[in-house]
Design a protein around this ligand. Structure first.
Ligand code: SAH
Length: 460
């Protein structure tokens, strides 16, 4: 064997970090062999211990940091290391934005072969903390009391948490008080091992524009001890609580929600706005967790769509119709398609709520429904896609290339699949004009971007 791995497990070595992975690990190379080490930044020198050796790459643990990056900051969160929810708190916010920009630029070049495409600087948040509008925490027991927080990295041990620094403070406070009230009334925590106990998760959702709060108790069994007093005390704990909902999940599973949902008090929905569009959000509705930056992302998509009121638009992977409703205000007609039936119910309700009539929503796979629309004579001038992490289905891309909308606006939560799909569309007669990354999830490695593609003039 010539390709011998140049390091051994448990070996201590000095390295210099060159790069950052999409998971937030530092990358150092030993004779070309990459080692991934958490909590290390490009430019830093350190002693590490090799902890895992694979054929093509290995993992290490930071032992001693000799030379720090100027972008390194002390993480504010006391539970940053154990939690794993954030990966970039040790990198300054400007450093995070630079890293995300580099990631987009790199994959577009490497996977998409789009060396020259303009990638604008990432649009970040003025205050990149306390942005999440939804908290969903597992509940456990310690010395007879209830704890609620997060699973320790790579385990199912629950760590109690007072506050999460990327969470709206309102949600943290609501969860703290609901936990205390449930404890007072003798609600038992669900135990994964024995499949006994009651309370599995507490969820809090906050409408940042309306101030309305929803509390969801996810339980194994329908019964709650002292239910009336318990609910009354939750109501009294915060005047902004507009809805208390119970979801029952009797199964032995990691999946959080069960099939049965009932309103214990108040409304079935809370409301929130993105821009001037009002959304009704139920316990199970998908809703963007950072609405402030969602507005930034959708404004960009709208700008790229460049609508004048005459266009037919298709919004593939439309979810609860967020982008569709945004675009409908400026287009002649918008068609939205989404695979989850409940999301389409929400989309229709939201259209009605806003008096928007020039939209039509369908349940189904985008790659099946859009070809059918095309057969029926629907031809989009602008086609928007916002697929899940795995990117667009190839059949859908083929249909786009046949239908030939003048513009494609691609909203992506995964730069690698964005790059792959842009290459396919480029080969099919589209040109990528520009890409605008938007930071929807500060302190984490997640990176969203929106790309504008136009049909080349000479391709017919
Ligand atoms: N545009 C929406 C949601 C985007 S998330 C918003 O901004 O809120 C991606 C959505 O694609 C999810 O709602 C998911 O349910 C849906 N989805 C996944 N595979 C799909 C497919 N093959 N066809 C249509 N929708 C799909």
């Amino acid at each position: 064997m010539t390709n011998q791995v140049p390091v051994q497990k448990n070996e201590y070595i000095d390295v210099k970090f060159e790069d950052l992975t999409h998971e937030g690990n530092g990358v150092a190379k030993v004779d070309g062999y990459p080692l991934f080490v958490p909590n290390c930044l490009p430019g830093e020198k350190a002693k590490i211990k090799v902890v895992k050796v694979n054929k093509g790459y290995g993992f290490g643990r930071l032992i001693d940091l000799y030379e720090k990056s100027p972008d390194r900051v002390e993480p504010d969160c006391p539970i940053y290391k154990e939690c794993g929810g954030c990966q970039l708190q040790h990198l300054s916010y400007p450093g995070q934005l630079k890293a995300k920009h580099k990631q987009v630029k790199e994959v577009l070049t490497r996977i998409g072969k789009l060396e020259n495409v303009v990638v604008h600087p990432v649009l970040g948040m003025e205050d990149p903390w306390k942005y999440r509008n939804k908290a969903q925490v597992p509940v456990g027991e310690r010395e007879g009391g209830l704890i609620a927080g997060f699973y320790q990295k790579r385990s199912h041990d629950i760590i109690d948490m007072e506050a999460c620094l990327i969470q709206q403070e309102k949600n943290d406070k609501v969860i703290q008080s609901v936990k205390r009230i449930c404890e007072k009334y003798g609600v038992q925590a669900y135990n994964e091992q024995t499949h006994k106990g009651t309370l599995r998760h507490i969820m809090a959702r906050y409408g940042i524009k309306t101030g309305e709060i929803m509390v969801v108790l996810i339980t194994r069994t329908p019964n709650l001890p002292n239910q009336n007093q318990l609910i009354q005390e939750i109501i009294d704990s915060n005047p902004d609580i507009k809805s208390i909902v119970q979801n029952i999940n009797p199964k032995r599973t990691n999946v959080i929600f069960g099939d049965e949902t009932k309103v214990l008090w108040g409304d079935e929905f809370i409301y929130d706005y993105i821009g001037n569009i009002k959304f009704a959000i139920s316990a199970r509705s998908f809703y963007q967790v950072n609405p402030e930056q969602t507005k930034v992302l959708y404004d960009q998509a709208l700008k790229y769509a460049g609508l004048n009121g005459e266009e037919t638009v298709i919004d593939a992977y439309c979810g609860i119709g967020t982008i569709s409703l945004f675009l409908a205000q400026k287009a002649k007609k918008v068609y939205g398609v989404e695979i989850v039936p409940e999301a389409i119910e929400d989309a229709k309700r939201n259209a009605k709520l806003n008096g928007i009539e020039n939209v039509e929503f369908a349940v189904g796979e985008a790659e099946k429904v859009i070809p059918k629309w095309y057969e029926d004579g629907v031809i989009a001038d602008v086609l928007v896609v916002d697929p899940p992490r795995k990117g667009c289905d190839e059949t859908l891309l083929q249909t786009i290339m046949e239908m030939k909308p003048e513009k494609v606006v691609y909203v992506s939560c995964n730069p690698a699949t964005l790059a792959r799909d842009l290459r396919i569309l480029e080969d099919g007669g589209y040109t990528t004009v520009e890409v605008q990354p938007v930071d929807m999830f500060p302190q984490t490695m997640h990176c969203e971007a929106v790309a504008l593609l136009v049909r080349e003039k000479h391709s017919s």
